[in-house]
Design a protein around this ligand. Structure first.
Ligand code: NAD
Length: 489
């Protein structure tokens, strides 16, 4: 049986305590994972501290950027290993993992190497009353040892989204991937070893949240900052833990995202876009649209078109290149999503399509599948309209006016993303800017430029990462102020 080990201070470390890594497509055992105990997590943090105090923390920006490039190149060389590991861990289809998850893993290292090399520093000249002046300039320094805790839905993409800028800024990291998806993180540790990243710079610890590696990281007094992607509830627990030692935190949390479809949209392109926005990764993307508002004149046509497209979705093995939708991540998560299908029924919804567990009559029946599901007929106050479900499901509801739909879309405690579908350019800007979210797309969804700010408001998170925003989170800025006597000749 394949073993996935921790990576601490440049060495792969075993543990007497193992847990199972399952393939969600058929529930089979893929690997056994070595769970890090508190002593191992503390050793990883101490190794990180030594690394930041050594040559790594003092390395020139150019040399560090070269290391990041080497990591990206080695990830490309091992593309097929990453692809196979990501598909088995998550069940996500080849069509997605090969075009989004795995390429973005390497791209994250390249983009942050480039951003680091071109990042400007602030400088201000201050005129003083006595004729002298002062020159202020900022110096960027590493924060120290950064704790990184990541989720299972885009395991490699979201882990590297944090590891790359943290390393770019000269920090060391102690990373804990989700217990559901430990495989690509372990491959990343192999890449770090192969390309010669100094021991202690990248540490990987496996385990769970409470009472395990996650909690050991967030409660340690020796961690200098915590960056977390996951559920809002977990963010709240981590915030409490971080408060004890007053640490910087960056949180990318859940969403209950709205899509707004106006009658003047390009209908076919909107249906294409909305099929992705609702069902990509079986709806397990924080940005997915679970609340879809459609202008009344095209409401019936929209519901019929989505239902029609759903009937040809292909739920099959991840390795089949024609597969369009995979399983959910775990039995527990499948039960949660199914419970919301039932809550919708109890709340009086119409299940237009789906709503059940598909029957395959092969090994997939032991996996964690649900049907893609389209719901209508609920009020905006229904639980399925207010709570994040995180499955291949959306609720579609009609609206009549722009002001009404803005108010309804913003009526949520989450604030991550929105998408607006219209051919009216004035309305597009107006509505996009009115959304109380971190990201508003127009005639697009999950279209990312990694230099832009990414994050959410309300229950969806704290802070922004991406581009300079990541560099600012992962570094400590010191302002140097120099008094200069006299005036230049
Ligand atoms: P989760 O919160 O259950 O787990 C995320 C990570 O936190 C895992 O590694 C887990 O082991 C760890 N963890 C859990 N409890 C902890 C604790 N008390 N202390 C320390 N660590 C702990 O989230 P998940 O189910 O893995 O991911 C799905 C959620 O993530 C959804 O809510 C989704 O919207 C959100 N998400 C948000 C973004 C974003 O960018 N905003 C991106 C992806 C996913």
């Amino acid at each position: 049986m394949k073993q996935l080990r921790n990576y601490i201070d440049g060495k792969f470390v075993e543990s007497p305590k193992l847990f199972d890594d399952l393939n969600p497509a058929d529930g089979s055992l893929i690997a056994q994972v070595h769970e890090a105990d508190r002593t191992m997590v503390d050793a990883a943090i101490a190794a990180g501290r030594r690394a930041v105090g050594g040559p790594w923390g003092k390395m020139s920006v150019e040399d560090r950027a070269k290391v990041l490039y080497r990591i990206a190149d080695e990830m490309d060389r091992r593309f097929d290993d990453f692809l196979e590991a990501e598909m088995s861990d998550t069940g996500k289809p080849h069509s997605m993992a090969s075009t989004i998850d795995v390429p973005r893993g390497a791209a994250n290292f390249r983009i942050f190497a480039d951003i680091l090399k071109t990042a400007p520093l602030e400088s201000f000249r201050t005129t003083l009353p006595d004729g002298a002046h002062a020159i202020n300039y900022t110096v960027r320094k590493p924060l120290g040892v950064v704790g990184i805790i990541s989720p299972w839905n885009l395991p490699l993409l979201l882990l590297t989204w944090k590891v790359a800028p943290a390393l770019a800024c000269g920090n060391a990291v102690v990373a804990k991937p989700s217990e559901e998806t430990p495989a690509t993180a372990t491959l990343l540790a192999e890449v770090m070893e192969t390309v010669g990243v100094p021991p202690g710079v990248f540490n990987l610890v496996h385990g769970f949240g409470p009472g395990s590696a996650g909690e050991f990281i967030t409660t340690s007094a020796d961690i200098d900052a915590i960056t977390f992607t996951g559920e809002s509830r977990t963010g709240s627990a981590i915030m409490r833990a971080a408060a004890e030692h007053v640490k910087p935190i960056s949180f990318e949390l859940g969403g209950k995202n709205a899509a707004i479809v106006f009658a003047d949209c390009d209908f076919d392109k909107t249906i294409d876009g909305m099929m992705r926005a609702i069902f990509l990764n079986s709806g397990q993307v924080c940005l997915c649209s679970e609340r879809v508002f459609v202008e009344r004149p095209i409401y019936d046509r929209f519901v019929a078109a989505v239902a029609e497209r759903m009937s040809s979705m292909k739920l099959d093995w991840p390795t089949n290149k024609a597969t369009t939708m995979g399983p959910l991540i775990s039995a527990e998560h499948r039960d949660k999503v199914l419970s919301y299908y039932q809550i919708a029924r109890d709340e009086g919804a119409t299940i237009v399509a789906g709503g059940k567990v598909p029957k395959f009559s092969d090994a997939r029946d032991k996996g964690f599948w649900v049907e893609p599901t389209l719901i209508t007929g609920l009020s905006d106050q229904a639980r399925c309209m207010r709570e994040e479900i995180f499955g291949p499901v959306c609720h579609v509801t009609p609206f009549d006016t722009e002001a009404e739909v803005i108010a309804r879309a913003n009526d949520t405690r989450y604030g991550l993303a929105a998408s607006i579908w219209t051919s009216n350019v004035n309305r597009a800007h107006r509505v996009a800017e009115s959304m109380r979210v971190g990201i508003s797309w127009v005639n697009a969804w999950f279209l990312r430029d990694l230099r832009t700010p990414f994050g959410g408001s309300g229950l969806s998170g704290i802070g922004r990462e991406g581009g300079m925003h990541s560099l600012n989170f992962y570094s400590e800025l010191t302002n140097v102020c120099v008094r200069v006597e006299g005036a230049a000749a």
